[in-house]
Design a protein around this ligand. Structure first.
Ligand code: HEM
Length: 331
């Protein structure tokens, strides 16, 4: 038993240093924001454990990368990144899981639970659920071929959640560019952040009810970026009377690879959500950014990384919170 423990520790240590070396190589000499090393002493294996468990989850279900990335977004847009999205409803508590954008849609809770359980065994009451979410989102992007960044740590887990705020703050898929910009500015993010972060739709799936508005003929104008063949194929896909569980990839060309293909699709009229296609159909400023990302994928990666850091720091300064022992319930 003791030998097994030593072996396990060695494997973890080896993995930790290999992982740290990869991170150091990737970051170079760039100065790290305050808080990136806060678990270095209290839980040095935390990042390596999260990485390997996310990797395992994706190997079992390739869509999980997309689901974990989205979970972090839906957390951060509701009173900051404080793991409020993970709280379960109880008899006298209403969480965010039944809010319109989340119900029957958000996935990945079990993966976060498994990571939390493992971390509680190794360094109890140390790593917040909100930090796990932010790190799992980063790892999901990296494992799908996207950019790497160093996650700023130190988030606290909330004592509360807000279904109303989830309904109000999370943008709807039938939004115009003005509506999208308003939702992002509401939490302190810019139009540029909105276009860059929408690139997350380079992975994952959306269900028919979320793009019905895209299929209605009244919304299809004679726009150079409309693609009637694509619309017809979606109409066909969603033609069943109960299409609530039918879905398709947000990026049909490279569905599981984090790349700039999402923006390429927009220019050929193959954005799945109305809000995706609106980035080129509805606004010159957003279309120019899309064109830049098509011409230069590195600009997309750089902007995505920076906007994820901005989104991930929403509410980071809040001191009111705790380190939950179980991400689904306050201590
Ligand atoms: C710009 C406004 C946005 C709107 C209107 C929007 C809307 C949606 C909708 C409707 C879905 C499909 C949900 C379903 O069918 O159940 C979806 C999926 C997804 N969204 Fe967004 N989203 C936006 C921004 C973002 C951002 C900022 C991120 C992350 C940084 C993100 C990441 C994802 C991912 C990865 C998926 C696929 C999830 C999966 O397959 O499980 N989205 N989004």
């Amino acid at each position: 038993m003791a030998m097994q423990f030593v072996l396990l520790s060695l494997v973890i240590l080896k993995f930790t240093s290999a992982f740290a070396a990869t991170l150091n190589e990737a970051y170079g000499d760039s100065s790290c924001p305050l808080g990136t090393d806060i678990y270095q002493i209290s839980c040095p294996e935390a990042e390596a454990i999260i990485f390997s468990m996310v990797e395992h989850a994706i190997s079992q279900d390739s869509r999980m990368a997309a689901s974990l990335l989205r979970l972090h977004f839906h957390d951060c847009f509701v009173n900051g990144c404080d793991a409020s999205v993970l709280l379960d409803d109880t008899q006298d508590f209403v969480g965010e899981k039944t809010a319109g954008p989340n119900l029957n849609s958000l996935r990945g809770f079990e993966v976060i639970d498994a990571i939390k359980s493992e971390l509680e065994l190794i360094c109890p009451h140390t790593v917040s659920c909100a930090d796990i979410l932010a790190t799992a989102a980063r790892d999901s992007v990296l494992l799908s071929g996207g950019p790497l960044w160093k996650v700023e740590m130190g988030r606290k887990d909330s004592f509360t959640a807000s279904k109303n705020t989830a309904n109000n703050n999370i943008p709807a898929p039938n939004s115009t560019v003005d509506m999208l910009v308003a939702k992002f500015e509401n939490v302190g993010l810019t139009l540029q952040d909105m276009v860059a972060l929408s690139g997350a739709h380079t992975i994952g799936i959306a269900r028919c009810p979320t793009f019905t508005s895209r299929l209605q003929s009244s919304t299809i104008s004679d726009n150079p970026f409309d693609n009637m063949e694509f619309i017809a194929s979606l109409q066909q896909l969603c033609s069943a009377p109960d299409n609530s569980n039918i879905g398709t990839q947000l990026d049909l060309a490279t569905p599981a690879t984090f790349d700039n293909q999402y923006y390429v699709n927009l220019l050929s009229g193959e954005g799945l959500l109305l809000s995706d296609q609106a980035l080129v159909n509805g606004n010159d400023e957003t279309r120019q950014i899309v064109e830049t990302y098509v011409q230069n994928p590195q600009f997309f990666f750089e902007d995505f990384k920076n906007s994820m850091l901005k989104m991930g720091s929403l509410g980071l300064a809040q001191s009111n919170g705790e380190i939950r022992r179980d991400c689904r319930t306050i201590n």
